[in-house]
Design a protein around this ligand. Structure first.
Ligand SMILES: *[C@@H]1O[C@H](CO)[C@@H](O)[C@H](O)[C@H]1NC(C)=O
Ligand SMILES: *[C@@H]1O[C@H](CO)[C@@H](O)[C@H](O)[C@H]1NC(C)=O
Ligand SMILES: *[C@@H]1O[C@H](CO)[C@@H](O)[C@H](O)[C@H]1NC(C)=O
Ligand SMILES: *[C@@H]1O[C@H](CO)[C@@H](O)[C@H](O)[C@H]1NC(C)=O
Length: 229
């Protein structure tokens, strides 16, 4: 008898506990909320018993299959951090969190988002290095990381992003040389590396990328020999 009551209690607990109530995407969103908006000022519509796809969650868009596909929180006054839980939103195609005051590092788990085409983290206070794992995000078309406090060098792995058309890294504190691998980006139209601490010359392969329309490298310590030829 005692054990039956105990099992019932356990069963009740597991089926009604908020932590197992929703699906993995809802849990990921709640994890993200806790770090993005620690004081609960801006994302109060994201609730543990809510449905992220019924239109009630601010900034969340879903696809026909009812999976979270768009997060659109630009200019919302968010001052927290990006949670590694972002990597659980496997069907995300657009992530727009620009014009906030996010701090901390870009979690490498973001690279699990292999359907993501638009990544806008620009104009925040993100620091640390650009995770080289981003090179695995084969669907990326626009990568906007400009106007942050990013350090380290530009990962050579970004040269694997075959569909990338915009790479905006300006106004960070990036160092090192421009990787020649960026010349493998056959879809690249805009490359902005200005206002960093890059040095060396512009690899000829990069300047010759077939669709490149804009190449901005102002305010670095480049020896722009190639462009002088
Ligand atoms: C995703 O969000 C962006 C930025 O707010 C918006 O322009 C776009 O239309 C949205 N896409 C979908 C499919 O909801
Ligand atoms: C970044 O942090 C600095 C110093 O804390 C602050 O002055 C600045 O406004 C912040 N920028 C953004 C975009 O949040
Ligand atoms: C890259 O773009 C092409 C053409 O739009 C598309 O067919 C392909 O699926 C994309 N690759 C990835 C990995 O998304
Ligand atoms: C380059 O940028 C730094 C930092 O923003 C600034 O102090 C410096 O004046 C700039 N130099 C040029 C040549 O624009």
């Amino acid at each position: 008898m005692g054990i039956t009551v105990f099992l019932f209690t356990l069963l009740f607990f597991f089926t009604h506990s908020p932590h197992v109530y929703g699906n993995a995407e809802l849990r990921a969103l709640m994890d993200m909320k806790a770090l993005l908006d620690p004081r609960g000022l801006y994302l109060s519509s994201w609730t543990v018993n809510g449905d992220p796809c019924d239109g009630s969650f601010e900034g969340i868009g879903c696809n026909e299959a009812g999976r979270v596909s768009n997060i659109s929180l630009q200019g919302k006054g968010l001052s927290g951090k990006l949670s590694p839980a972002i990597g659980e939103l496997k069907h995300l195609t657009g992530l727009y969190i620009h014009y906030n005051s996010l701090k901390g590092e870009i979690p490498k788990e973001i690279a699990k988002l292999t359907e993501l085409s638009d990544l806008y983290l620009n104009v925040n206070n993100l620091s640390g290095e650009i995770p080289p794992e981003i090179g695995n995000m084969g669907s990326l078309e626009v990568l906007q990381l400009c106007y942050n406090q990013l350090t380290g060098s530009i990962p050579t792995q970004l040269g694997s992003l075959k569909n990338l058309s915009v790479l905006a890294l300006q106004s960070n504190q990036l160092t090192g040389a421009i990787p020649a691998s960026l010349g493998n980006l056959e879809m690249l139209m805009r490359l902005d590396l200005s206002y960093n601490n890059l040095f060396g010359s512009i690899p000829m392969k990069v300047a010759d990328a077939p669709l490149l329309e804009v190449l901005d490298i102002r305010n670095n310590t480049l020896l722009a020999t190639y462009l002088l030829l």
